[in-house]
Design a protein around this ligand. Structure first.
Ligand SMILES: Nc1nc2c(ncn2[C@@H]2O[C@H](COP(=O)(O)OP(=O)(O)OP(=O)(O)O)[C@@H](O)[C@H]2O)c(=O)[nH]1
Length: 397
């Protein structure tokens, strides 16, 4: 989401105070090229190559605007280029988000990056611009009466429709949040078309997109560092940060899957992974405490109060929920082919239901107690639960 913020701020500013954006305090070209190069180097160093496709898209569009759209639109050739740009921006960004891309860094990947960056240059050819201008977006979705009222009605409708569908897909599929910066890049480019006559519009657009990329990159790295990939729970580093911020009135519970080694041996490591994933999703829904994956098959629950009765009740609920939860596991030999899989599902071979139990140990924080000592005591409480027969809660003050 952070990646979309600069773009939204830019759009609001453009609507509210267009004159502010009519000036540019630096050398425009070197600032934009420098910013693109900076993001390209950063993403390469951090092995986040996916941004290169989008950087090529943004850079190619900016280069075309600089070379081909610096004269008044009253000139029919320039108008044809403008309309061709509208078609190109409308379609290419959506395709870039949808189509699979070759891996980077590979020769094939770099060729596609170069192609995306260079394709807008072809709009400088009168024949290509002329052909695309014929299908100018105002005419695809033309509402004739509205078109008189507002010259860009078709483009506005298209932008609202596609960005709405795109945003819905992102929300629905709960994709990684950095994909919002790509949505924002497309939206910013489409909105730019309405501000084409404004000086420096393309520079501000490109810079806002790049700042969005940088923020999204930072957010992505943070999530890579703090979120456990398997369970999608925050992991130990995040836990230690949280514990340091916690006050005196707090408590920590350690939680461990019972006989998980046997479970892995019997059902396989992949099934074990699925169990941890399901457990992670179950714990993440618990609102009365914050769950972390401590490591392996151990989880931690953090309470920001030390009311023993309420904590014991929560932990007992969690234990019971896990014990009662039917773990429906997908068959590992499930066919790749969806149709074949569907046919076999009815035969009861596609999934199986298992149950697991967990043991929990909790320690209430004592005045002045260090986080390591608190975790150690929670671990001792967990050990007591294990010793006492598992599938139970032990709380020590
Ligand atoms: N599938 C899977 N297994 C894991 C993962 N991390 C740790 N394990 C397994 O968890 C098991 C932990 O075993 P133990 O520490 O002996 O504990 P246990 O078998 O659960 O026995 P108790 O805790 O005494 O009930 C080991 O077999 C690890 O391989 C993981 O990410 N995925």
């Amino acid at each position: 989401m952070w990646g979309a913020l600069p773009v939204i701020a830019g759009i609001l500013l453009a609507l509210w105070r267009p004159e502010w954006l009519a000036q540019f305090p630096f050398s425009e070209l070197s600032t934009v090229v420098g910013a693109i190069a900076l993001v390209a180097v950063l993403t390469a160093v951090l092995r986040q190559w996916d941004w290169w496709f989008w950087l090529a898209w943004v850079g190619g569009n900016y280069a075309f605007i600089q070379q081909g759209l610096q004269q008044p639109l009253a000139d029919p050739d320039i108008m044809a280029r403008y309309q061709a740009l509208a078609v190109w921006l409308s379609v290419s960004g959506v395709l870039l988000a949808l189509l699979p891309r070759p891996p980077l860094p590979t020769v094939r990947g770099f060729l596609v990056v170069a192609l995306i960056g260079l394709l807008p240059q072809s709009l400088l050819l009168a024949s290509i611009a002329g052909t695309l201008a014929i299908i100018e977006p105002n005419q695809w979705l033309l509402l004739p009466s509205m078109a008189d009222w507002y010259a860009h009605s078709g483009l506005v409708l298209w932008t609202v429709l596609i960005s709405g569908l795109w945003a819905t897909a992102l929300l629905y599929r709960k994709v990684e949040s950095y994909r919002w910066s790509q949505w924002a890049a497309w939206l910013a480019s489409m909105v730019f078309l309405f501000f084409i006559a404004q000086p420096y519009a393309s520079a501000w657009m490109t810079l806002s997109i790049l700042v969005g990329f940088l923020l999204a990159l930072t957010q992505r790295l943070l999530s890579l560092a703090y979120i456990d990939e398997l369970t999608q729970l925050p992991q130990r580093r995040a836990l230690l940060n949280h514990l340091q911020r916690l006050g005196r009135r707090s408590a920590v519970a350690m939680l461990d899957v019972d006989h998980f080694k046997k479970f892995n041996d019997r059902h396989g490591h992949d099934v074990g992974d699925q169990v941890l994933k399901l457990l992670g999703s179950l714990l993440s829904k618990e609102k009365r405490c914050k769950a972390y994956r401590y490591g392996g098959e151990e989880f931690t629950l953090v309470f920001s109060h030390n009311k023993a009765e309420r904590i014991a009740e929560t932990l007992e609920d969690v234990r019971q929920q896990v014990a009662d939860y039917p773990l429906v596991l997908r068959d590992q030999q499930r066919p790749e082919d969806k149709r074949q899989g569907k046919a076999e599902r009815g035969k009861g071979s596609a999934s199986k239901t298992l149950r697991i139990t967990i043991s929990l140990g909790c320690a209430l924080r004592q005045p002045g107690e260090a986080t390591e000592a608190l975790l150690k005591r929670a671990d001792q409480a967990l050990y007591k639960s294990k010793k006492a027969g598992r599938n139970r809660v032990t709380l020590i003050s």
